[in-house]
Structures are given as structure tokens and as C-alpha cells.
Design a binder for this molecule. Sequence first.
Ligand code: FA5
Length: 344
Amino acid sequence: MEYTHPRLQAIAQDYYQQLSAAQNRNDVENIRISFIGRNGAINTLMVELKKASLEEKRTLGPELNDFKKQAQAAFEKKVTEFETAERTRQEARSDFFDVTAYRPGIHRGSLHPQTRLCEKLENILTSMGFELLDGPEAETEEINFSALNIPHDHPARDMQDTFWLTLPERVMRTHTSAVQVRGIRSHGAPCALASIGRCYRSEATDASHDFIFSQFEALLIDKKVSLSHLIATIRAILQAVFEKENLDIRVRPSYFPFVEPGLEVDMSCPFCTAGCSVCKKSRWIEMGGAGLIHPNVLRACNIDPREFSGFALGFGLTRLVMLSYGIPDIRLLHSGKIEFLKQF
Ligand code: FA5
């Protein structure tokens, strides 16, 4: 609006010029204060107006009011403009995702060493003609003990400290030999079966013993199966696991109620020829038990021991993993420690 009063005209011109040149919300506020604020140019002019003539008051009064109204509206419009621009900037910032700004290091996942060995062993056992079986980890007392020729009250039950379940007559299986029973009962004779799985024993833990560990078991039932078959099979399995043809085994008499004769099997140390820390300078490493299946077990699985014989072997898989990967403490295997797992 054109104002008739030259000073008001100059103030108005100056105000709109400054307002349009304002850079931010603060500038706008300062301009408002200096023009239409309490001590601003317009109020100063109003004070002076008191001394003006009646004629002057009549024209300038409405013009001043009009300017104040227009100036306030222009101020608010400018503030809204800045606020909208700021909001748009913020929204744009939050929508924007700079894919180049942060590049986390890439850590590839890898198979757990036990899984790797398990897969290798599965291939070895199946390529030798064994059929792989699974069995429940919460096993019946009958299968884990009685059918394996370990009757109630027999002191052999104390050879393996057992986790007894509150379920009737159920235990956490103490060895994969339990799968032997299930396998022989379901397949009959002849059969060549193997099983890999977790076992549980209520034992104090140390670097080579845990309360959860894995074993693998293999058995063959046929006519005229002998100790020679057993020993040759064990040697072939271990040679394939460690990929060493000159690996040898030795057997010592031992007692397991489900085999007769029972053997303790040692493997020549795959890491040395003259004794090292792994074999504790003995050049032999204990692997597990084996033997010819006891006639009572065959009978408990409905097989006539006069017609068939068989061998069984049961080794610590966890022990093989430790040896294969140079793991010094069994408890690391399911510690879940990322620093440990990242090594494989
Ligand atoms: C048995 O469990 C027999 N069932 C093996 C067997 C099968 C004998 C078939 C005859 C015929 P033993 O309790 O010794 O046997 O266990 C075999 C292997 O499992 C041991 O040599 C060891 O390598 C592993 N093992 C046993 N207890 C633990 C444990 N607490 N922690 C880690 N490994 C274990």
C-alpha cells in the first residue's frame, strides 16, 4: 500500500526490503522488533503523532494501523516460510541414506568345526557302506542300558554317570550305543549301521570331558564277522578322517558289557613320530571302545547269535574334532565364543 506520510512510506519500504533479505528466523524476529516492536520505528512515529495536527492524525492514524497489520502478516508469512524450509530440510536428511557413508567389515560365517568333521565322517561312513541312523537323545532306560546287557542293579550302570529324567524310565542317552539297539531291531541281520550324535553324562567337566559331547558309532552284523574286520574298519575310518595312510591303531582288552571281547582302541599320534604334547609323549591317543557284539545284545534285538555275529565301535567325535583342529579345551566347542569360532 502506498502511504501518504513520507516517513511511514520510507519505514514501510525499508521494512519490506529487510524482510525479503532476511536469511533466517532470527533475522525476521529482529526486523519485527525494530519496526513493529514496542520500541520500534512505528511506535516512535505514533508517539510523535500525538503532537501532530488533527488533520494529520486523521490520515496517518489509519495508515499506521494498516501498516502494523500488514507488517505483522508479512512477518508471520516469512516465519512460516523459514519453518517450512527447515522442516523440509530435516525430512530430506532423515530420508537420505548414504550407502557409502558407513561400510562395516565383512565377516563371513563359517561352519562350526564339529559340523565340518561330522559331515566328513558321514561321507566316510556312508562311502564304506554304513547306513546312517538317528535316535532320540532322551532315551528309554531299556534301550540305553538293559538291551545293551547292562541290567538293573548291575554295577556297570555306574560306569557312565547318567542324567535321569523325571519322565518314567527315560534318561539322557549316555552313549550312541543306544542307537545300535534301535538300528538292529529295525533292520534285522545282516546290517551295517552308523550313528553320530550328542550324548550326556553327569560328569565334572575338564579340558577333555564335558557333560554334553558327541560320539559316533558303527556296527556290522553278518555271518562270521570277526575282530579282524573290526580292526581293519577302525583303521580305515581313522586314516580317512586324518587323511594319513600310515596311521596305525592298537587295541587293548577292556570291558564293555555289550561287547565280548571288549577293546579299548588307541590311534598312533597323527602329529608326531617321537611324541608330542597332543599324545603326551606316548605316541598313542585313546579313541574309544569297540568289540564283538555280545550274544545277549543280539538276542535282545531278536537275532540268533549262533547264526550271526557282529562288531561295534563307539568313539568320541568331540575328541576327533579337538585333534583335527588343535582345540585345547573341549568346553570351547559350545562356548559360543565368537573369537574362537572366527578362527574356522
Ligand atoms: C562308550 O561310550 C561305549 N558306548 C563305546 C563302545 C561302543 C564300546 C561300542 C564298545 C562298543 P566310553 O564311555 O569309553 O565308551 O566312551 C567312548 C568315548 O567317548 C571316549 O573314549 C571319549 O572319547 C568319549 N567320551 C566319553 N565321555 C566323555 C565326556 N564326558 N566328554 C567328552 N568325551 C567323552
